[in-house]
Design a protein around this ligand. Structure first.
Ligand SMILES: Nc1ncnc2c1ncn2[C@@H]1O[C@H](COP(=O)(O)OP(=O)(O)OP(=O)(O)O)[C@@H](O)[C@H]1O
Ligand SMILES: [Mg+2]
Length: 519
């Protein structure tokens, strides 16, 4: 184990970074001590990822320096940063699509046999040992191809990658955004072990709960400067929010009762490759929460409803009109909108502006929309960019230059602005800062009041409980239960989300470690 000296770990001194006219960081002096978890918080666009990317050699600072164990280091390339022991689990996983999980993890350092041939047996041994050590054996099959991975699995590949070899500093940039509760627990156990082994851990997240569970110190960035560093054991949530957003936040959730009896979305016995016999309804003005663990089939159901995944059997009616499967354009015209989970991959035109992205709906409609009410669209885009606090010089800014959370806001803005009859939001606040989250909850409430039928997929139970009039829970592609607002609690939702596991044996831990579950 490492002995703790005062300046072991990483640090930055008077650090500054500009991207053209945008100042992402300025005058930041901060330490990341060895053997501690330092949380890095701040609103979307505050500069968190930029700071991490300087530590990992992906960006060069415009001013200031980086220290490692008290001495200045030049991190002129990612390879250099890696060589001195700095690792990052990035916000957007970078996965090679056509090779396996094992090869993705060991890319650049694959075990070779004589004659430079890939040593598959050795690779297999290593990856299985890694998965085992991290408690991820059950959630990640090492033979899957990069292109076959879910967002959660892609994240796990990045984590595995960062942990190969010796690391002094490990930075996690919103690592839990697509992980299930169980996976989060496994990850936290791992982070604590790294910390106890003397690694300087940097942890970026927008989730208060996690920060208080995990962090020793909390550093807050605001508009690219350091707003303060708090001792996690002493800090309160209110204090932290004030430091981040510069104001107090009133109640996060808006309680109202505006559901009508008019069924707008009516799904009957729907089956696809991923989900089985799904029946559910959403009424005008109603917010239905769709809960479940990662892999329960919620996103796949949403994609099938939007016409993006084929339907095998069953029906979907919108306002009494049957939606034909496999016609995304027709589904949108009929009045159903989906803000998908994988916003970057599925929904954003990165080379285009915020304004374009807010007003465009789907690629095939692009041409038709070009002639439509330019100024009205502009105003709408501006209005939602303001409400959601998209941090950019103007709405003519290219989306690819925005921070992760601000990109997400643009996709959401598009659908919120559109006000379809049925709006499906898949993890609408993932990666979004606390101030903008409150605004999104308000917008959801406003839409419900205007009679929109809302189906909200969320893995954050407080969010489901705070928003939904009714909660539908799924596991293994099926609906396992439904709870009214009055009867819904975190425990009940979780019990339904794991109904199959509970039915096959009371001991969850045993079920998790026992691959061949007895039926
Ligand atoms: N490659 C880039 N080109 C231009 N501007 C950039 C680039 N990367 C970041 N920025 C800008 O720098 C600022 C800080 O962005 P950064 O990604 O560090 O924010 P963040 O704190 O990580 O936010 P989030 O919580 O949304 O991930 C933002 O205004 C962003 O638009
Ligand atoms: Mg970021």
């Amino acid at each position: 184990m490492t002995t703790k000296t005062t300046n072991a770990g990483a640090g930055v001194r008077e650090l500054g970074k500009r991207f053209g006219e945008v100042r992402a960081l300025g005058g930041v002096t901060l330490d990341f001590p060895a053997g501690q978890v330092t949380a890095l918080m701040g609103e979307n666009g505050a500069g968190k990822s930029t700071l991490l990317k300087i530590l990992t050699g992906d960006h060069q600072p415009t001013e200031g320096s980086v220290l490692l164990d008290g001495a200045e280091v030049e991190l002129h390339s990612p390879a250099r940063a890696r060589a001195v022991g700095i690792r990052i689990i990035p916000q957007e996983p970078e996965i090679i699509p056509h090779v396996s999980v094992a090869e993705n993890v060991y890319a650049g350092a694959l075990p070779r046999k004589a004659g430079r041939r890939l040593d598959r047996a050795e690779l297999r041994r290593r990856i299985e040992a890694d998965l085992d050590r991290l408690g991820f054996s059950r959630v990640l099959d090492p033979d899957l191809l990069g292109s076959e991975l879910t967002p959660a699995q892609r994240q796990l590949v990045e984590i595995l990658r960062a942990l190969t070899g010796e690391a002094k500093v490990i930075a996690f940039d919103e690592p839990t955004s697509s992980l299930s509760e169980q996976e989060v627990e496994a990850l936290f156990g791992l982070i604590r072990r790294l910390r106890d082994a003397g690694v300087a851990v940097i942890y970026v997240s927008h989730r208060m709960k996690e920060i208080f569970q995990l962090a020793d110190r909390i550093a807050v960035l605001r508009d690219g400067t350091l707003a303060g560093v708090l001792d996690a054991a002493q800090a309160s949530e209110g204090e932290l929010v004030r430091l981040m957003v510069g104001r107090d936040l009133s109640a996060m959730f808006v309680r109202q009762n505006v559901a009508t009896d008019q069924v707008v979305l009516d799904v009957q016995h729907l089956s696809t490759d991923d989900v089985t016999d799904i029946s559910l309804t959403v009424r005008a003005g109603e917010v239905v929460g769709l809960a479940g663990l990662i892999g329960a089939g919620r996103s796949e159901l949403a994609l099938a409803l939007a016409g993006d995944l084929p339907v095998r059997s069953g029906t979907v009616h919108l306002d009494g009109q049957e939606l034909r499967s496999g016609h995304p354009g027709a589904v949108i015209r009929a009045g159903l909108g989906l803000a998908p989970e994988e916003r970057k991959a599925q929904a954003l035109f990165l080379q285009r502006t915020i304004r374009d992205n807010t007003s465009l709906v789907v690629l095939e409609r692009l041409r038709r929309w070009r002639f439509v009410r330019r100024t009205a669209e502009r105003e709408l885009a501006q209005q939602y960019a303001d409400r959601l606090r998209v941090r950019a010089p103007s709405i003519e800014h290219e989306v690819r230059k925005l921070s992760g959370g601000n990109q997400q806001k643009v996709v959401l803005a598009r659908w919120l602005a559109r006000k379809p009859k049925v709006l499906i939001l898949d993890e609408p606040t993932r990666g979004i800062d606390v101030g903008a989250k409150a605004e999104i909850y308000q917008i959801i409430a406003d839409l419900a009041k205007e009679g929109v039928a809302l189906l909200v997929i969320s893995s954050e139970l407080p969010e489901v409980l705070g928003l939904a009039d009714r909660v539908v829970v799924m596991q293994n592609g099926r609906i396992t239960g439904e709870l009214d607002r009055a009867e819904a609690t975190e425990e009940r939702i979780l019990a339904l989300a794991m109904a199959d596991d509970l039915a096959s044996g009371p001991d969850l831990a045993a079920a998790a470690s026992d691959e061949g579950r007895t039926a």
